[in-house]
Design a protein around this ligand. Structure first.
Ligand SMILES: [Zn+2]
Length: 242
C-alpha cells in the first residue's frame, strides 16, 4: 500500500505541474485579451467622436445657410430702401434690416463655436488614433512573444504528460479511478500531506488516531473533511511538490 501511495504522490506532483503550465498559458492569454479590449475601447471612443463631428458639421452647414439667407435679406431690404415712399414702409424695412443683421452676427458666433468644437474633437480623435497605433504595434510584438512562450510551455507540458502516462499506468485501476475523481472534484488537488495533524488540502485538524494511521500508511486514509487522500510528510522526508 505504501508503494501505491508513493505513486499517487508522484502523480499528484505531475498533475500540479501540468496545472501550473495551464495556469501560465491562461494568464498570458488573458493579458493579450485585456490589451485587445483596451484598444477596442479606444476605437469605440473614436467612432463616437466621429459621429459627433459629423453631427456638428451638419449643424454648421445649416447655420451657414441661415447666415447666408439673413445676409441676402439685409441686402435685399437695403435695395428696397431706395424705392420706399412712406415713412411707415421705411420704418418697417429698417426694422427688418436690424433683425437680419442681428441674425447674421448671431449665426456667425454659432458657426465659430461649431468650428471650435469640431477642432477640439478632431484633436482628440488624432490623439486616440495615435495611441491606438502605438498600442497595436506593442500588442503585435507581445502576441509574437506570447505565442513563442506558449509554444515553449506546450513542449515542456508534452514531456510531463509523457511521464504522467507512465506513472498513471503503474497505478492499480481503482486507485487511479479514485484519484481522478478527487482531482476533478477537489480543484486539482487529490493527494495532500498531513502536516502536524493538519490536512494541507482543507487545513482542518485530523483526529490523533487518524494521524497515526496516516503515518503507518498501511491503507488509504481520506481526510474526513475534504476526502482527499492523505500521506504523512516527515520534515526531512522525500521532497514532493504539492
Ligand atoms: Zn482535508
Amino acid at each position: 500500500m505504501k508503494e501505491e501511495i508513493l505513486k499517487l504522490i508522484r502523480l499528484q506532483a505531475i498533475d500540479s505541474e501540468i496545472a501550473g503550465f495551464d495556469h501560465t498559458i491562461a494568464k498570458h492569454q488573458a493579458g493579450i485579451a485585456s490589451r485587445e479590449q483596451a484598444i477596442a475601447e479606444k476605437q469605440e471612443a473614436i467612432t463616437q467622436f466621429r459621429t459627433k463631428i459629423e453631427l456638428l458639421n451638419q449643424k454648421q452647414a445649416e447655420t451657414k445657410a441661415e447666415h447666408d439667407d439673413a445676409g441676402a435679406r439685409v441686402k435685399d431690404r437695403q435695395n428696397k430702401m431706395m424705392q420706399v415712399q412712406t415713412s411707415r414702409e421705411h420704418q418697417a424695412l429698417l426694422k427688418e434690416i436690424e433683425e437680419n443683421k442681428r441674425l447674421v452676427k448671431e449665426t456667425e458666433d454659432r458657426i465659430l463655436q461649431f468650428i471650435e468644437q469640431i477642432e477640439q474633437l478632431e484633436q482628440e480623435v488624432a490623439a486616440l488614433e495615435n495611441l491606438c497605433a502605438g498600442e497595436q504595434q506593442l500588442l503585435a510584438e507581445e502576441v509574437e512573444n506570447v505565442d513563442k512562450e506558449i509554444q515553449r510551455i506546450e513542449e515542456a507540458k508534452k514531456s510531463v504528460l509523457g511521464r504522467r502516462e507512465a506513472e498513471s499506468a503503474a497505478l492499480q485501476g481503482p486507485h487511479l479511478k479514485r484519484y481522478t475523481m478527487l482531482l476533478a472534484k477537489r480543484d486539482g488537488l487529490a493527494v495532500v500531506a498531513v502536516n502536524g495533524s493538519v490536512c494541507q488540502g482543507c487545513y482542518m485538524a485530523l483526529p490523533p488516531q487518524q494521524v497515526i494511521e496516516v503515518r503507518k500508511a498501511e491503507k488509504f486514509n481520506l481526510c474526513p473533511t475534504c476526502q482527499r487522500i492523505l500521506y504523512y510528510k516527515e520534515d526531512e522526508e522525500v521532497q514532493v511538490e504539492s
